[in-house]
Ligand binder design. Structure first.
Ligand SMILES: *Cc1c(COP(=O)(O)O)cnc(C)c1O
Length: 233
């Protein structure tokens, strides 16, 4: 069972890595500038351990309760960078700071304050990405592009948070390229004030090529590596 799963994950991972190499070739980029984050939501700690054995260094989770329970069972926790990528309530900031190295889904001042306080009392410095909403319709998380710079400033002013860049999800059901181009512009504007904030987290299983073409430094890939989540609910 575990051997079969390992074989399956290895093949999926290899296919995703090939897509990344090809997209980087097309974009004239060095694949070393792109970090693959395996999004392990809905999948068990045993998958996380198998992925780490296959060279995965970064994982993404989107729900606090699931992530905190799962990570307690991961044998190789110390070898992994954990990215929190889901919508986050301020009251959960303390819990998330307990296990996340990076919080990618920061989209409002209240959450900056809560994470800053939580990181300070944990004696940690937490990496933060400002999540930008690229959708006309609000509701899937993210700050409007026009407000991203001010929110980035707020993160940078927190002594226990480190601004690393931006994150976004492409709008559902339309060409992701213009959205990722917009994200790249927002990222550039933020870098004028904060040159070290050079991460762009964009691109998932279906659109990682478009994200690489528009400067993504971090890809968040779930189903192309782990399989469809529906069968595991
Ligand atoms: C689930 C999720 C992903 C991964 O999506 P796939 O289409 O399965 O690759 C990426 N980003 C966020 C924010 C997610 O919630």
């Amino acid at each position: 069972m575990t051997d079969d799963r390992r074989t399956e994950l290895a093949a999926n991972l290899e296919a995703v890595r090939e897509r990344i190499v090809r997209a980087c070739e097309d974009a004239g980029r060095d694949p070393a500038g792109v970090t693959l984050i395996a999004v392990t939501k809905f999948f068990p700690a045993t998958d996380v351990d198998l992925l780490a054995g296959l060279g995965v260094t970064d994982i993404g989770e989107n729900r606090d309760q699931e992530a905190s329970a799962k990570l307690a069972d991961v044998a190789v926790r110390a070898d992994l960078q954990v990215h929190f990528i889901g919508q986050l309530q301020s009251k959960k900031a303390g819990s998330v700071v307990g296990y996340a190295d990076v919080v990618q889904s920061v989209d409002r001042p209240k959450l900056v304050t809560a994470l800053g306080r939580a990181a300070q009392s944990a004696g940690k410095v937490v990496d933060v990405l400002v999540q930008v909403n690229l959708d006309e319709a609000p509701g899937r998380g993210g700050v409007p592009p026009a407000d991203a710079r001010a929110l980035a400033d707020a993160v940078a002013h927190s002594a226990s948070l480190r601004l690393r860049g931006v994150m976004a999800v492409a709008p559902l059901g339309s060409d992701p390229a213009p959205a990722f181009a917009r994200l790249q512009e927002v990222a550039g504007a933020i870098r004028e004030d904060h040159p070290e904030a050079d991460w762009i987290s964009a691109g998932m299983s279906g659109d990682l090529e478009a994200a690489i073409a528009h400067g993504a430094t971090h890809l968040r890939v779930g189903s192309a590596i782990l399989g469809t989540r529906e069968s595991h609910r």
